[in-house]
Design a protein around this ligand. Structure first.
Ligand SMILES: [Ca+2]
Length: 250
């Protein structure tokens, strides 16, 4: 009788193991999903109409690749992006980070055929690929400022909920940040702000931290709109990425 019980237990164990093993073996690996990100400048009807500037995006696996709230600028190129709308330095540094799978520059407005600032009414658009666990970060200068930029929350926006890719309006997850590198003047009026200064890098140093900024500025949702749409295309259906300056580690 004891031997019979052992045999029953063994059969139960083996059948359970086999079921689980077969279940795992039958689960196909997930292919990367393509996301189209659109940044619309809707500031023309706000209290401070402003151009936006060419910016940087990154898809990454751990947070804080572009900046971290309450910490100083990491010295990787956020300052020229935030003060002068120059994204190349930040892009070059982000590309070298091990936890960044892909990065790029967005710089060509929807109504233009060459790179330039994003005027009110226009949009930047770019595509990224992501897998579960990936996050998206980007930053673009608020041009009528000394060192302000619109950017994702500092941890980045998770591109999946579980294994489901996100899609929709993600404006609430994009904020107005102060890079903490240059003293602020009144928006749209300062002589050291990009439209009026004599050259890049001008203005009084701030030696502050990257921080959210709200006082004296319209809500972000009145100035910028972010949509992220996924297409469940797999890599073998992928079309070439538009624009320049992107690489992929996936
Ligand atoms: Ca500042």
């Amino acid at each position: 009788m004891k031997c019979f019980k052992v045999m029953v237990f063994a059969l139960f164990f083996l059948s359970t193991f086999c079921f689980n093993a077969c279940t795992v073996m039958q689960k196909a690996p997930m292919a990367p999903v393509i996301f189209t990100v659109t940044i619309e400048n809707i500031s023309d009807s706000s209290a401070i109409p402003t151009p936006l500037a060419p910016g940087v995006w990154a898809v990454h696996t751990s947070p804080y690749v572009l900046y971290k709230a309450t910490h100083p600028d990491m010295g990787m190129g956020l300052e020229p992006l935030a003060e002068d709308g120059m994204p190349n330095s930040l892009y070059a540094h982000v590309m070298t980070m091990k936890n960044v799978g892909a990065a790029g520059i967005f710089d060509t407005p929807s109504d233009m055929d060459k790179p330039g600032p994003l005027m009110p009414g226009a949009s930047y658009s770019f595509t990224v690929m992501g897998m579960p666990g990936d996050r998206l970060s980007f930053a673009t200068m608020f041009v009528q400022s000394n060192d302000l930029f619109f950017g994702t929350m500092d941890q980045g926006v998770p591109l999946f909920r579980g294994e489901t890719p996100i899609s929709g309006d993600y404006t609430p997850q994009v904020m107005l940040w102060d890079a903490g590198t240059e003293i602020n003047e009144a928006p749209g009026k300062g002589m050291y702000q990009a439209p009026r200064q004599m050259g890049p890098g001008m203005g009084a140093p701030e030696h502050g931290n990257v921080r959210l900024i709200t006082d004296g500025y319209p809500p972000s949702r009145e100035m910028i709109r972010i949509t992220i749409k996924n297409s469940m295309h797999t890599m073998d259906k992928m079309t070439p990425m538009p624009g320049h300056g992107s690489h992929s580690g996936h």
